[in-house]
Design a binder for this molecule. Structure first.
Ligand code: PLP
Length: 371
């Protein structure tokens, strides 16, 4: 099987797996306990907090460990409870649905046909809606990989007196500017997108906001009262290890993966009736491509039968065949919207795998068109 769905989730790295197993077995203490077993666990949590902060470019006390991207996004949106929120129409449902529930009013900025929301659109909307309390813009879109103008949007938000949140779930672990460079007040990350286990993530909260954060969960007051619950030390240690490993390899890996992705794109775009969805700066491993005269779902199944796992566009709504709200917002014509597949590769994709993926997709496009 060749896995080409890294944007949905990624495999554990060997280092992360080893940390997860070792800590689960050896360091089972509760980090809130004052005895030596507890202190050993607390030391691992502190170390992971430092590793996370080093990757994101902030200080360790600005990190709250969460259960993943969805929780981080929901927690960030709690800042806007009962207030006006401005976000984009291409956000992940974790942001869109949390915003619908938390905000008293919600305004959405649409992307252009290239999949990028312009900072100008955000600035214009902020002028129209000056009472906006929070702006949320993702770092990179999970369907197209298109990188958004986060720093410019943060500047516009701050100029209008609003807070700025960034859903960086797809960007973290890749060469991404630091939270200081992006000037975010809140930023969400999720471990399973960069080789950590599922069920662990983090929310960066800028230090000066600390006293103003409403908790998402009430309980024993762990993590400064921001996120109660006994800390899952093995998951946190594994997440920290994934952050440290990403920081070491991301420059080389991003360049290598980008070369493989670009070669696949060239090969597949040579097919008549194909269209690449999303343009400009993108994450290195994501290729969203549509083939007129096919259905994404059938293409995905045909590829799966030939040993290649890719995604039928809106993977994050897996199990449903709701049309992609992202491609719809971009104005992608219907025949391409229903035939768009997302190929997403990463650290364990070899050059041979990439060649095989392109060959299998070509073959399946021909079969789908015949059938
Ligand atoms: N935000 C984005 C951009 C995502 O791609 C995802 C997951 O696909 C999430 C949030 C949700 O993250 P998690 O699966 O860790 O809850």
């Amino acid at each position: 099987m060749i896995y080409a769905d890294y944007a949905a989730t990624s495999p554990l790295s060997e280092r992360v797996y080893e940390t997860l197993c070792r800590v689960s077995r050896d360091t089972f203490g509760n980090p809130s306990s004052a005895h030596s077993a507890g202190r050993a666990a607390a030391a691992l949590v502190d170390r992971a907090r430092e590793q996370t902060a080093a990757l994101l470019g902030c200080s360790p006390d600005e990190i709250v460990f969460t259960s993943g991207g969805t929780e981080s996004d929901n927690h960030a949106l709690r800042f806007a409870e009962g207030k006006t929120v401005l976000t984009s129409s291409i956000e992940h449902p974790a942001v869109l649905n949390a915003a619908w529930n938390a905000a008293s009013r919600l305004h959405l900025a649409d992307p252009g046909a290239d999949g990028r929301v312009s900072a100008g659109t955000i600035a214009d909307l902020l002028r129209e809606v000056p009472e906006t309390a929070l702006v949320s813009l993702m770092y990179a879109n999970n369907e197209t990989g298109v990188i958004q103008p986060v720093r410019e949007a943060a500047d516009a938000a701050h100029a209008a007196g609003a807070l700025f949140h960034c859903d960086a779930v797809q960007g973290a672990g890749h060469c991404m500017p630091t939270v200081r460079e992006l000037d975010c007040d809140l930023l969400s990350v999720s471990g399973h997108k960069f080789h950590a286990p599922k069920g662990i993530g983090a929310l960066y909260i800028r230090k000066r906001l600390a006293g103003q954060v409403p908790p998402l969960l009430y309980g024993g007051g762990q993590q400064g009262g921001l996120r109660s619950g006994t800390l899952p030390v093995p998951l946190i240690a594994a997440f920290g290890e994934a952050c440290a490993e990403a920081a070491e390899v991301m420059h080389e890996e991003d360049a290598r993966v980008r070369r493989l992705r670009d070669a696949m794109a060239e090969e597949l775009l040579a097919l008549p009736g194909s269209l690449r969805i999303g343009a400009g700066e993108t994450l290195p491993g994501i290729l969203n491509i549509a083939f007129a005269g096919t259905y994404a779902e059938s293409l995905m199944l045909l590829c799966d039968l030939r040993g290649v796992c890719l995604s039928a566009g809106s993977a994050c709504h897996a199990g449903t065949d709701t049309p992609s709200h992202v491609l719809e917002a971009m104005g992608v014509p219907e025949e391409f919207r229903s035939s768009a597949v997302r190929i997403s590769i990463g650290r364990f994709t070899s050059a041979e795998d990439a060649v095989r993926i392109a060959a299998v997709v070509r073959e399946c496009v021909a079969l789908a068109r015949e059938g």
